[in-house]
Design a protein around this ligand. Structure first.
Ligand code: PEP
Ligand code: MG
Length: 844
């Protein structure tokens, strides 16, 4: 439906480099052009202004579409559009600047067709930029006249004049990663390109259209190009296509090597099947064996309501959601590049590419135009396309369908936040094996553990907070299993072995029986340890180590005490911020601290102040982007910059202390004396103001600088608690979440142990006590070693307490000291581990 007026007198309908005093002036000018063109009668301009008062006609991307109100349709004599081009833009609404003002006169619903065309145009940024800059009205007229359908999934199977034949030599076929490069290249080619396989053709700008070709290694395709620079564009595109071959072959070889290495791995401790079920190897993150049916988080069905809105609102909603999702994906790509490398981040680059897919967006608009709501239309479009991809019978494309649904979910959550969160609530009744790309700490923290037997994630690392939470929750967990996990059939039976980092699929009945028997054996051993869990951790010669629990919520206290905890050695308060979705007020924090103290009776509670940054991101705090969050403004550094976070927390803590109980305050990520002094000063000022009692103020030692300077810091800190998770990552320069390096981020590394020894020695100079609240404290052998190094307190996940206590009770201090001395001299973590049950017969 191109307006008849455009054609004979384009210049009278399209005003290049227009000038207007303001938005109203611009709308009136557009109205006058429509009157002059004979599309409307005078008075329509007023109707356009009235419309503006009840609806926003800014479509997005610098395009506004003023038009008259529904009641004034009688003023329209014929369908038509006019365009005012504002090169410098004109403010339409605060923050919205229009460069192309498209005045619409439409008697029927025909302006929807114009909107569709404009929506498509908005997706094509280079084209839009061209229209905003051009001095030639015909260029704009041509763009609006362009009735060519959006690139279809399978275009007409004819080649353009310039053509090249190519045999696909990517071992995994044309999967999303190379396809997204093709698509990017095609978008910037400047000439129309087409890829044809047999009778099926695709516009390579569309990622989905490319994937729908289902190209496998060995398929012959024809790539063709049209237009003035067709040959050059074709050769450039072909060059990109063929250069990817080397990378694709190298990736395939690496994947094969990994699979072979996993298969070659010798017998590991833990349960081993007698049969040969399919195996996916990852990294052990939380011990134990879990049996259940697979539930894939990304594939969860969303119940999307159909709530139609007018098209302009709908277009803006969709556009906003896409923009925000793109920003979110950019963050994810950046984070994954840092953690896993560019190769793995490409998965998300390909996913982000789906957001640009013209087929997908056009289909969504088409469904919206039929009168459906934005979220519903988007969901339908995603499902229709994903179903097409799945139905091609190609496992690579089926996995892309999962990507499409994953991205789809992100966009849905941006359209309506309620639609993004429901998935974890949809867990099956029977405890399942929860499979996910990655789980955020807040996802893990809020899991309904009666419905989850175990967790397997494609990404993540064993010292991530999600893994720590999984251990707290007692959920066997494997991380860094790779994207193959996400392609597993939902509902299939799997066994997650959190001790060895393996996921077994479709085990035989005999293997299931043996896994259950293994679980029963473990339970018996645990029962024996648990019987004595209330006894202190005291060596045979009477040296006692204090045992604390790492718990964050009052309702977890009873359980930790039942496991033998003598207090809380680490309450991570960031979870208060993560779980609520908003910053908790001073009063809210006070209530939680009081509940913790009340639940503990007269036992000590060590509260660590907010430790945000690294893998603990709190979206509602809107912190600036960090290139290296683990090395950035995190922990104490953030607190010192944000009194709005620090002061209410300290006030809540001192008020809680004033009301009684044994409260200790601990600051995270301390690197230097001035930081500690500044924080102590704040504590003292607030304490005096509130008339609260003096409470011990300690620090986490989790940065090598703090360990090396422990003898100096000890003068100003009442106690130390060593965070071995971070101390290991910073000492070994290994991101604690990097699955590739996960097995090397070993807290038993002698370098880490030497820093712990140095910390203890520094603390002794000022008579301070030293605890350990990182993961090493919960490992029975690690706990024995730490006791030998002189650590006074060990704080851990409650479930680890009985085994740690049993280990310490089974030996004497002299043996532990000797063990520690040998460990400090060892060259590698393996050499340290070999001391476990050393040949001198003194098993520790
Ligand atoms: C640690 O780093 O060991 C620690 C206990 O702190 P978090 O794991 O919360 O960073
Ligand atoms: Mg830490």
């Amino acid at each position: 439906m191109l307006p008849t007026p455009i054609g004979p007198a384009v210049e009278t309908l399209i005003r290049i480099d227009a000038r207007a005093a303001d938005k109203e002036d611009a709308i009136r000018q557009a109205g006058q052009l429509l009157v002059a063109a004979g599309c409307v009668v005078p008075g329509y301009e007023d109707s356009m202004i009235r419309r503006e008062q009840v609806a926003n006609t800014y479509l997005g991307s610098g395009v506004a579409i003023p038009h008259g109100t529904g009641e004034d349709k009688g003023l329209v004599r014929g369908d038509g559009i006019v365009v005012l081009q504002f090169v410098d833009g004109i403010e339409w609404n605060p923050g919205q600047v229009a460069h192309l003002v498209v005045g619409i006169a439409a008697g029927s619903d025909s302006h929807i067709a114009i909107l569709r065309r404009l929506t498509r145009l908005i997706q094509n940024e280079p084209r839009l930029r061209e229209l905003i800059a051009t001095r030639d009205p015909e260029v704009i007229a041509a763009a609006l006249r362009d009735e060519a359908p959006a690139p279809a999934a399978s275009d007409a199977a004819e080649d353009y004049p310039e053509r090249i034949e190519w045999i696909v030599d990517y071992p995994a076929g044309l999967h999303a990663r190379p396809a997204s490069t093709w698509s990017e290249t095609a978008k910037s080619a400047g000439s129309p390109l087409r890829v044809r396989h047999g009778g099926e053709a695709a516009d390579p700008r569309s990622l989905v259209a490319l994937l729908q070709l289902g190209l496998k290694a060995g398929d012959t395709i024809v790539i063709s190009a049209a237009g003035a620079n067709a040959r050059a564009a074709l050769e450039r595109f072909h060059g990109v296509v063929t250069r990817l071959t080397v990378q694709e072959k190298a990736d395939a070889a690496r994947a094969a090597e990994k699979a072979e290495a996993a298969a070659r791995k010798g017998p590991l401790k833990g349960w081993t099947p007698a049969g040969t079920p399919r195996l996916i190897s990852g990294v052990a993150a939380s011990p134990g064996l879990a049996i259940g049916k697979i539930h894939i988080l990304a594939a969860a069905e969303a119940d999307v309501p159909d709530e139609p809105v007018d098209l302009v609102t709908g277009g803006a909603l969709l556009n906003g959601a896409l923009v925000r999702t793109r920003a979110q994906m950019a963050g994810l790509i950046d984070d994954t590049t840092r953690r896993l490398g560019a190769g793995d981040a490409a998965i998300f680059i390909a996913q982000a590419g789906l957001l640009e897919d013209t087929d997908l967006i056009t289909l969504t608009c088409q469904i919206m135009v039929e009168g459906h709501g934005v979220a519903w239309s988007w969901h339908q479009a995603v499902e229709q396309m994903a179903a097409k991809l799945s139905s091609l019978g190609n496992p690579v494309l089926a996995a892309r369908a999962a990507d499409l649904r994953d991205v789809g979910r992100r966009v849905l959550a941006q359209i309506d936040p309620d639609l993004g969160t429901g998935t974890l609530d949809d867990l099956p009744e029977e405890p399942c094996i929860l499979v996910a790309g990655d789980l955020s700490p807040s996802d893990t923290a809020t899991l309904d553990i009666s419905r989850v037997a175990g967790i397997a994630t494609a990404l993540g690392g064993p010292t991530s907070h999600s893994a720590i939470l999984a251990r707290t929750l007692g959920l066997p967990s494997v991380v860094a299993g790779g994207p193959g996990l996400l392609a597993l059939p939902p509902g299939a039976t799997a066994i997650v072995d959190g001790d060895t980092g393996r996921v077994w699929l479709d085990p035989t009945a005999a293997d299931l029986d043996s896994a259950r028997a293994w679980l029963a054996d473990r339970a018996r051993l645990r029962a024996a340890e648990e019987e004595k869990r209330a006894n202190p951790a005291e060596t045979t010669d009477g040296h006692r180590v204090a045992i604390g629990a790492n718990v964050n919520r009052p309702d977890q206290v009873a359980f930790c005490l039942s496991q033998g905890a003598e207090g809380v050695g680490l309450m991570r308060t960031e979870f208060l911020f993560l779980e609520r979705g908003e910053t908790p007020s001073e009063d809210e924090q006070y209530t939680v601290y009081r509940e913790m103290i009340a639940a503990l009776g007269d036992r000590p509670l060590i509260v660590r102040t907010l430790d945000i940054g690294g893998d603990k991101q709190v979206p509602h705090l809107d912190l600036p982007h960090e290139d290296n969050p683990f090395l950035g403004v995190r922990g104490a550094r953030l607190l010192l910059r944000r009194p709005d976070l620090l002061d209410p927390q300290l006030r809540a803590l001192y008020r809680a202390a004033k009301a009684g109980g044994e409260l200790l305050i601990m600051f995270p990520m301390i690197t230097s004396v001035p930081e500690l002094l500044a924080l102590r000063q704040r504590c003292e000022a607030i304490r005096v103001e509130l008339g609260a009692p003096v409470v011990p103020v300690g620090i986490m030692v989790e940065v090598p600088a703090a360990a090396v300077q422990a003898h100096i810091l000890a003068e100003h800190a009442d106690f130390f608690s060593i965070g071995t998770n971070d101390l290991t990552q910073y000492t070994l320069a290994i991101d604690r979440q990097n699955p590739e390096l996960a097995s090397e981020a070993d807290s038993l590394h002698p370098a880490v142990l030497n820093l712990i020894a140095q910390t203890v020695a520094g603390a002794r100079r000022h008579g301070r006590w030293v605890g350990v609240c990182g993961g090493l404290a919960g490992d029975p052998f690690g706990a024995a070693l730490l006791t030998g190094l002189g650590v006074d307190e060990l704080s851990m996940t409650p479930r680890d307490i009985p085994a740690v206590k049993a280990r310490i009770r089974g030996t004497d201090l002299a043996t532990l000291r000797a063990l520690a001395a040998r460990a400090l001299e060892a060259g590698t973590p393996d050499a340290v581990r070999a001391l476990d049950g050393a040949p001198d017969g003194k098993t520790v």
